[in-house]
Design a protein around this ligand. Structure first.
Ligand code: SAM
Length: 291
């Protein structure tokens, strides 16, 4: 049977043996709880036909579970000091490749072509460094990598924002961006006690099922996201006020009311009440208006 890496004892031993001082600045909080690891890995529905891309393997706590479940695992780790540790802990798993690099800079399409050629589907599974959660996830989605799921441990508040429905204070441009590309589902809330060292925030595991097609028709994605951003520029202001200061002048302002009406959107509403469909309609009408 496999000897698990993710126990408090083995984790402490490895850190001591290699003389590593963990870096807060790299979000180095290592998982030491088998239950949580099982929950993360089972949410990704892996099997031997599937690949897993892990971001930030640390000392291999999650990597080991992925290696047992998936056909192929690629783990990208930024911290050079951890590479020899991973060499030791993952030695029994020939289906794992460790890549030293910053995931924000690695050539992911190239890495997919090199490692995941034989795999049916690939998912990202990771306990993410919290300081770069949003850039990492949005980077994966915007590059339109052919992913099945993104199953990640992230800060609880960020997970709630990603999964939020219109109407509440958690709903914002991040909710809309994530839901444009994926169907989000909160898997579980995670207490701080499952990490060494313990982080200062609560965590959650979220599963994003990556869509093969967007749920709404958008002619110009960049402009769609610009309209969304503008609508939340000042959360307490109405959609009318936010849009008029971004897209209209004193002279053209009078045309915004009818345009909103044409979209079936009350000008007095706030950005946080508009659905994805309404943003799609609105950005389409604004695009047409701008010619
Ligand atoms: N997967 C391990 C676990 O669950 O115990 C470690 C998770 S720890 C929260 C985050 C890991 O991501 C650390 O090992 C850190 O060095 C690494 N990391 C931080 N920024 C990164 C980046 N930009 N690219 C790749 N890895 C990064």
């Amino acid at each position: 049977a496999d000897e698990w890496i993710a126990t408090p004892k083995r984790t402490q031993e490895l850190i001591r043996k290699y003389g590593i001082v963990l870096k807060k600045s790299l979000g180095q909080n290592f998982l030491v709880d088998q239950n949580i690891l099982h929950k993360i890995v089972s949410a990704a529905h892996l099997d031997v036909q599937k690949g897993a891309l892990e971001i930030g393997p640390g000392i291999g706590a999650l990597t080991q579970h992925l290696a047992v479940q998936a056909g192929k695992v690629v783990a990208v780790e930024i911290d050079q000091r951890l590479i020899p540790i991973l060499g030791e802990t993952l030695a029994p798993y020939p289906n794992v490749s460790v890549v030293h690099g910053d995931v924000l800079e690695v050539d992911l399409p190239g890495l997919f072509a090199e490692h995941f050629g034989g795999m049916e589907r690939v998912s990202v599974v990771a306990n993410l460094p919290y300081y770069v959660t949003t850039p990492i996830i949005m980077g994966l989605l915007e590059r339109k990598l052919p992913l099945e799921y993104i199953v990640v441990m992230i800060q609880k508040e960020v997970a709630e924002r990603m999964a939020a429905k219109p109407g509440g204070k958690e709903y914002g441009s991040l909710s809309i961006a994530v839901q444009y590309y994926c169907e989000p589902e909160l898997v579980t809330i995670v207490p701080r006690t499952v990490f060494i060292p313990q982080p200062n925030v609560d965590s959650a595991v979220i599963r994003l099922k990556v869509r093969t097609q967007p749920p709404v028709e958008v002619a110009d994605e960049a402009f769609f996201f610009e309209v969304v951003q503008a609508s939340f520029a000042q959360r307490r202001k109405t959609i009318y006020n936010n849009l008029s200061s971004r897209f209209f002048t004193k002279e053209t302002k009078a045309e915004l009311g009818p345009l909103l009406e044409q979209c079936g959107i009350e000008p007095s509403r706030r950005g946080e009440t508009l659905s994805l469909e309404e943003y799609a309609r609105l950005s389409g009408a604004l695009l047409e208006y701008q010619g």
